[in-house]
Write a protein that binds this ligand. Structure first.
Ligand code: GLN
Length: 309
């Protein structure tokens, strides 16, 4: 593996002029993001983080919170209980599709919104709900990041103003009895989970914690068990990049998750954690330049899960 020194990362960013795509415009606070921001960070499993570009700019974690909420639900409730409620199959649909498995009626996976809203309800011991459960989530994601994360209240309120689709998804799972709580409260707390603020360095450490089998390589804390980390990475590999997941896995070859604010998190088991940030998104909802940066890192450093070619 080539040494990921900042000069090299700077060069990677400089080479990523290929743009296109558009900043998410359905949430006013997200639409206001500077589209030209670009940043990358890598965290090694001995706990060293290298970064370049706009590496101190905070943005909301959005859907990148989903694998971590899934990890906490698995940790708190166990694999079997979570699998009963949320599946592990790629949906082939957009992230906000109503996508339920024929037969079981489960949301297909925890990475699309309907599965993530359901997964949010599974965090903590049974009965934990509302603000207390959100605090469990905030603390859990903070343990993955190795620092205290906070919610961007302006993004939360802005997103709640246009959350009709997520409310529809929550009503759907409520009507089927998959969740038993008030859909409006559930969507608000799920949206709060998405509104946690991170920078690319946080993403890289969070990714490295998954890649390090559940132990944060910076703080040394075991955040989740190795079996949980493996489950999360598996679902990220097949479903993390939505309906671009197949293309992503064959080209980049790293379990990953994208978010609508422009973040991408990639975790290569036993090797490294990666974070990228650039707000313009492609038609799948993945950061255009973030995808380019990850393609380049994978190629240069031989990070593809299936080996060198
Ligand atoms: N909060 C966003 C939503 O639920 C997250 C979507 C995303 O990042 N792709 O719609």
């Amino acid at each position: 593996m080539r040494t990921p020194v900042p000069d090299y990362l700077q060069e990677v960013l400089g080479g990523c002029t290929a743009d296109g795509g558009a900043v998410a415009d359905d949430v006013p606070e997200l639409a206001a993001a500077d589209p030209d921001r670009l940043a990358v960070a890598l965290t090694t499993l001995d706990g060293v983080t290298y970064s370049a570009g706009d590496d101190d700019v905070l943005f909301t974690v959005q859907s990148i919170s989903k694998p971590f909420a899934y990890a906490l639900a698995l940790q708190d409730r166990g694999l079997a209980a979570v699998l009963e409620v949320v599946g592990t199959e790629p949906s082939g649909d957009a992230f906000n599709e109503i996508s339920l498995e024929p037969g079981t009626g489960r949301p297909r996976n925890p990475m699309i919104n309907i599965g993530a809203i359901t997964t949010h309800s599974l965090v903590g011991e049974p009965g934990l709900a509302g603000a207390a459960r959100s605090e469990r989530l905030r603390r859990g994601l903070s343990a993955f990041a190795g620092r205290e994360l906070v919610v961007d209240e302006a993004v939360l309120e802005s997103e709640m103003g246009t959350a009709h689709r997520n409310l529809a998804l929550a009503h759907m799972v409520r009507s089927r009895g998959t969740v038993t709580e008030d859909p409006t409260v559930l969507v608000r707390e799920y949206t709060r989970q998405c509104a946690l603020l991170v920078d690319v360095r946080d993403l890289a450490v969070m990714a490295a914690t998954l890649a390090h089998h559940g132990v944060n390589p910076v703080t040394g804390e075991r955040v989740v068990g190795a079996r949980v980390a493996r489950q999360v990475l598996s679902v990220m590999a097949t479903c993390g990049m939505y309906d671009a997941a197949g293309d992503w896995l064959s080209v980049v070859g790293i379990p990953a998750k994208s978010g609508v604010a422009g973040g991408i998190l990639g975790a290569l088991p036993g090797e490294v954690g990666i974070g990228t940030f650039s707000p313009r998104l492609d038609r799948f909802g993945n950061s255009t330049r973030g995808v380019r940066v990850c393609e380049r890192l994978s190629e240069d450093m031989g990070l593809h899960l299936m080996g060198m070619a």
